[in-house]
Design a protein around this ligand. Structure first.
Ligand code: GDP
Ligand code: IMO
Ligand code: MG
Length: 422
């Protein structure tokens, strides 16, 4: 069986931290979608690490980390990630395996991402500019370049042909994007050289064998359910299926082999980039969340928008993913508020509704809140559920009753140790 861990909001829920915490229970950690648009933060022993493509189990010995076929890989960023980990003496050759079917982000994919965003002007997605959209477009358009292509003698021909195509596409966008192709290609070739020192595998076959031998596997999602290409706030989404189904296609694991589905959410909500956000705050409360929660993107450094917990959206995500256990993150950030608001219904086209409709732009949706009491205590040193204030436990109970799934972890700080199992 394969357990899944994924984000239920607009990303940055704290997935990396929880994967790291749970890794001791698994033999294999496998990323199934997304690419270096992700930034997963791990903090332990006084050190902070941000991983973009490498799975969050990498710091544990005897755990195999797999980058699955659903992921898109930028060799330049991948090399930087490996370099950042050099002092840990990790055996990458045997602990970090890459699917031959994963697609490759070319330098020109990044340029196309930038050109597309610039051309959109105010309507831009707010992409991370990592080339994610154009790479997935080439994948579904059947023009993509895959990791397995690096094993071909003439891979450079294929690379140059696709690059030429991208350059002609860049001409289509009537925008001024400055770049030095020679430099970009040199950097890319250095990244490829490093990447080729790792092990490329047929990861679906590897995982099938692992399952037959009783190995325990955790699939790590990137982004969040509301950024899903099908079920998110389209077009302000990423270009992959971030939901549970994406783990099946992104790893080659059948639906009946999925075990637990761990849904990670923040005790409030954040979003980085453009797009609708019904419970977004523009007042002091929002500023406090951003400040106390250090809400700046782990990949781009952009400030994250903050707002109250939205149970309408959370329930939608729980249902689409078949979540079996919830993990509530950043509970400590809400300490100190006199009262808290929780969204329980939307007003949509003159009706009160409790599900996420087709369009949640502010002109269509307003929010009805339940007001609950906050808690004052500093909970960052709590180690047991008994240490948590009753008002926080009541907050958890409201969530559980609303979505019908138990909360099994309450996170009270960024460190690995600041994790309370319920
Ligand atoms: P991911 O993309 O889902 O892995 O999340 P990110 O790493 O992008 O963002 C989560 C941020 O919150 C990181 O800076 C974490 O170190 C931090 N974090 C995680 N859990 C907690 C928590 O319980 N409390 C606080 N204060 N910070 C947390
Ligand atoms: P993790 O895994 C938060 C957002 C971008 C933008 C939209 C599309 O760290 O949770 P893209 O570059 O994918 O074309 O951008 O998606 N986005 C994320 N937001 N966390 C992420 O990943 C994100 N990955 C993409 O900000 O709005
Ligand atoms: Mg992140």
């Amino acid at each position: 069986m394969v357990d899944l861990l994924l984000g239920l909001q607009w990303g940055d829920e704290g997935k990396g931290k929880i994967v790291d915490v749970l890794t001791k229970n698994y033999d294999i950690i496998a990323r199934f979608q997304g690419g270096p648009n992700a930034g997963h933060t791990l903090i332990f022993d006084g050190n902070k690490h941000v991983l973009h493509t490498i799975p969050s189990g990498i710091f544990h010995d005897n755990v195999v980390n797999i980058v699955g076929n659903g992921v898109v890989i930028d060799p330049v960023i991948f090399k930087k990630e490996l370099d950042n980990l050099s002092k840990y003496h990790i055996d990458f050759k045997s602990n970090l395996l890459i699917s031959r079917k994963a697609h490759v982000i070319l330098p020109t994919h990044r340029l196309l991402d930038a050109a597309s965003e610039t051309a959109k002007g105010k309507a831009k997605i707010g992409s991370t500019l990592k080339g994610i959209g154009p790479t997935y477009m080439d994948k579904t358009g059947r023009n993509g370049f895959r990791i397995g292509d690096f094993e071909l003698d003439n891979w450079k021909e294929k690379f140059h042909a696709l690059t030429r195509k991208h350059l002609s596409m860049l001409d289509y966008f009537d925008v001024d994007i400055q770049f030095n192709l020679k430099e970009l290609e040199e950097e890319f070739f250095i990244g490829v050289k490093r990447l080729k020192e790792l092990s490329f595998i047929d990861s679906e076959e590897y995982l099938q064998q692992a399952m037959q031998h009783g190995k325990t596997i955790l699939a790590e999602g990137a982004q969040g359910s509301l950024l899903d290409i099908d079920f998110g706030t389209y077009p302000f989404v990423t270009s992959s299926n971030t939901t549970a189904a994406g783990a099946c296609t992104g790893l080659g694991v059948a639906p009946n082999k999925i075990g637990n589905v761990f849904g990670v959410f923040k005790a409030y909500v954040t979003r980085v980039g453009s797009g609708p956000f019904p419970t977004e705050l523009f007042d002091e409360n929002g500023k406090t969340m951003a400040k106390v929660g250090h809400e700046f993107g782990a990949t781009t450094g952009r400030p994250r928008r903050c707002g109250w917990l939205d149970l309408v959206a959370l329930k939608y995500a729980v249902e689409i993913n078949g979540v079996t256990q919830l993990m509530m993150m950043k509970s400590d950030v809400l300490s100190g508020f006199d009262s808290l608001q929780i969204a329980t219904t939307y007003n949509y086209k003159g009706k009160k509704i409790a599900h996420l409709p087709y369009n949640i732009e502010s002109k269509n949706v307003s929010v009805n809140y339940e007001n609950v009491s906050g808690w004052k205590a500093d909970i960052t040193k709590a180690t047991n559920v008994k240490d948590l204030p009753q008002n926080l436990l009541d907050y958890v109970k409201i969530i559980e009753d609303f979505v019908g799934v138990p909360v099994k972890i309450v996170s009270v700080g960024p460190d690995r140790k600041q994790t309370i199992f319920i």
